[in-house]
Structure formats: C-alpha cells, structure tokens
Design a binder for this molecule. Structure first.
Ligand code: HPA
Length: 267
C-alpha cells in the first residue's frame, strides 16, 4: 500500500469520514494559526507515513483537522523544505493526502525576506507569481503528460482577491509581489539579492514554490502569503538568523490569523 493510502487510513481511523474544503500549510513561526481551528483533531506527522519529520525549530509536526468558521480545513502545522532532505518533492505525498481529503484550495504561508524597502518586518505579502530557477523542479522524474503543468496562473486570482478584500476590511496592509525561491539553508548574499531584484523579485524564501508546482499538478487552486520577517540581505544592518526569523514572525502572524479567520468566516 502506498504512503498516501496508509496516511489516509490513519486519518480515517482518527477522524472517520472527515473531508476538507481548504488545506493550509503553516510556515516558520505561524503554527499559532491552528488556534483558530475549532473541533480540532491533531495527528503527529510521525504517525502519518510519507509526512516529514520536521528538523527546523518553529515548525510543529502535526496535521490538524477541524473547522475555521464553518469551513472544514486540514492544516499542516509545519512543512519540509528542499534543504532538509535534498528532495524538492519532499511535500508531494502530504499534499496528495490533503487533496484526497477533498481539499480544492490550498493556502501556503511562509516566512520571507523582503526586497521592497517599504515592506518592513511585520508586514504581509500576497504572492502573485514566483521565480523558481535555483533548485530542481519537484516534478523531475514524474512520468505522464500531466508533469507539463501550465504555470501561466500559478496563484489563484479569486482567492487572492478575497484575501486582499478581507485585509482591506481589517485595515491590514497586504503587499503583493513576486516570491523568489532560493534553496537555503544559508541566507542569500547582498549580490544575490541585487540580482534577484533585477529579475523582478519582491520577496525571497526557502519554501512554497515546490509546493505550488506539486499542488498545481494535483489540481489545487493555490494562494500564498509571506510573513515578512526581515529585509533581504544587504538592505539592513541586522544580521540574519533563524532565531530572528522566528522572533520577527509574531506581528505578521497575528495579522495573518486575523485575515484567515475573516476569510473563512466570509466563505
Ligand atoms: N531569505 C530566505 N529565506 C528567508 C528569509 C530571507 O531573507 N527570511 C525568512 N526566510
């Protein structure tokens, strides 16, 4: 039996008949979003074949099933990154499980560095498009014509517009821009950031893009929001570290929770 089928069996044992409408993946320091989930059932990734064992502090390793507002959701509290295992398709099986649970929409979140001077730490950025040129495509090695995924509209305009609406209603500034995926785990150099700016990047991070590509192949509508935890390398005197990422994620995380709560209440 495949890992996906085994994981679905474990989920059906713990939450018989559960189906989801929307799936969420929570990035560094954003685990608190699960506080918004009511009637929550928690399942450790360790109990789910194919789910990653998190190696990054600030990333819980649990699947959360429940509702936000009236909407049934499945939430990955933590994710795996390419730099942890050297496999850019490390999230393929978990994302297939989320899809097979019935989720049509996938909302990805992450911590990111900003290339826009005005998008300072504590701000949020809706990802409108991405640059995925520095790590291997997660679909390499897949067979079948569905590997040739159309990436003309990688992020769903309808979900994006709803999220922008909600943010405006709440008086929360939501930047919008292009996210560049760098593999990490070292941060970028100032020269790399200058190069990325010429390429059109507004934010930079180490996740989300492989997940977007896998999810588009699976037929998800995808939206993604970056929690800006720092100005990118060379833009400020503050040294970059993972501790700083976690510390600076708090303000944006609180606003992201407000946006998601209202988004689901209005759905
Ligand atoms: N670069 C890459 N990943 C990140 C950053 C950054 O500046 N900040 C948070 N995650």
């Amino acid at each position: 039996m495949s890992n996906v089928s085994k994981a679905l069996e474990v989920i059906d044992d713990r939450a018989p008949g559960f189906t989801a409408e929307t799936a969420l993946v929570l990035g560094s320091g954003l685990g608190g979003v699960t506080e918004a989930v009511s009637d929550a059932i928690f399942i450790d990734f360790a109990d789910l074949p194919g789910f990653p064992k998190p190696t990054v502090s600030g990333h819980g390793g649990r699947l959360v099933l429940g509702r936000i507002g009236a909407v049934p959701v499945v939430v990955m509290q933590g994710r795996a990154h390419y730099y942890e295992h050297g496999r850019s398709n490390i999230m393929a099986e978990p994302l297939e499980v989320l899809r097979r649970l019935g989720a049509d929409d996938l909302i990805l979140t992450n911590a990111a560095g900003s290339l826009l001077a005005e998008a300072t730490p504590g701000n949020l950025m809706l990802i409108a498009d991405h640059i995925s040129l520095f790590g291997p495509n997660p679909l390499i090695g897949y067979h079948g014509d569905d590997r040739f995924v159309d990436m003309n509209v990688p992020y769903d305009p309808e979900i994006g517009s709803d999220l922008k609406h909600v943010a405006a209603e709440l008086g929360i500034r939501l930047f919008e821009g292009t996210y560049a995926w760098c593999t990490g785990p070292s941060f970028e150099t100032p020269a790399e950031i200058r190069a990325l700016r010429v390429m059109g990047a507004d934010a930079v991070g180490m996740s989300t893009v492989p997940e977007n590509i896998i999810a588009r192949r699976l037929g998800f509508r995808v939206a993604a929001i970056s929690n800006i935890t720092n100005l990118a390398a060379g833009m400020s005197a503050t040294p970059l570290s993972h501790a700083q990422t976690i510390e600076m994620s708090k303000e944006g995380s609180a606003n992201l929770i407000r946006i998601l709560l209202r988004y689901f209440q209005q759905k």
